[in-house]
Ligand binder design. Structure first.
Ligand code: MN
Length: 203
């Protein structure tokens, strides 16, 4: 568990024209920062400060709601920023490409199902690609700042890719057109990061 507020690995305008600089700045420096501050304040001096994300979320139903909402918000956004990179996207390669093809046949078929999960998540939440307990890939979505590591979820696993579908993630540029934002996301997916997360799961 690291306490300094994590900087982005790229500048706020680096994901243009897909994700605009103003949205990125507000999303990171205000929305994410608020989750981070409330979470780190809540765990300070408690045993949770020594635990991993997996340990914290595996018992999140027993913790105060601030842990679920703001710990979730901090973890989910950190994961989301890592899943993005300038001049990225396109087709995956390596182990993640093999695993996607094994599970869904083609990349397009996988993307269609991920997009459906992201589009049909009503209200605020996230779409996820996870590695489940059988070491298989699975697509799911969660409400609000919940995530698939939480014991409150029915579909559980370790995230390797996520997409924030809260309106704060896209409203300035895309207004109500969430599907356009989802289409833009695929130009930014950092498959190198997704591969590294997958490899950690398969060890
Ligand atoms: Mn967000």
């Amino acid at each position: 568990m690291s306490f300094p507020f994590p900087e982005l690995a790229y500048s706020y305008d680096a994901l243009e024209p897909h994700f605009d600089a103003m949205t990125m700045e507000i999303h990171h420096s205000r929305h994410h920062k608020t989750y981070f501050t409330n979470f780190t304040t809540a765990i300070q001096g408690t045993p949770l400060a020594e635990q991993t994300w997996a340990q914290i979320f595996a018992q999140v139903s027993k913790h105060p709601l601030v842990i679920r909402n703001h710990g979730g918000g901090h973890y989910n956004h950190t994961m989301f920023w890592n899943c993005l990179a300038p001049k990225a996207g396109g087709l995956p390669s390596g182990k993640i490409a093999d695993a996607i093809n094994k599970t869904w046949g083609t990349f397009d078929s996988f993307r269609e199902k991920f997009n459906a999960a992201a589009t049909t998540r009503f209200g605020s939440g996230f779409a996820w690609l996870i590695v489940n307990a059988k070491n298989e890939l699975e697509i799911t979505s969660t409400a609000n700042q919940d995530n698939p590591l939480m014991d409150t979820e029915t579909v559980r696993g370790t995230p390797v890719l996520c997409l924030d579908v809260w309106e704060h993630a896209y409203y300035l540029k895309y207004q109500n057109k969430r599907p356009d934002y989802i289409t833009a996301f695929w130009n930014l997916v950092n498959w190198k990061f997704v591969n590294s997360e997958l490899e950690k799961c398969l060890k």
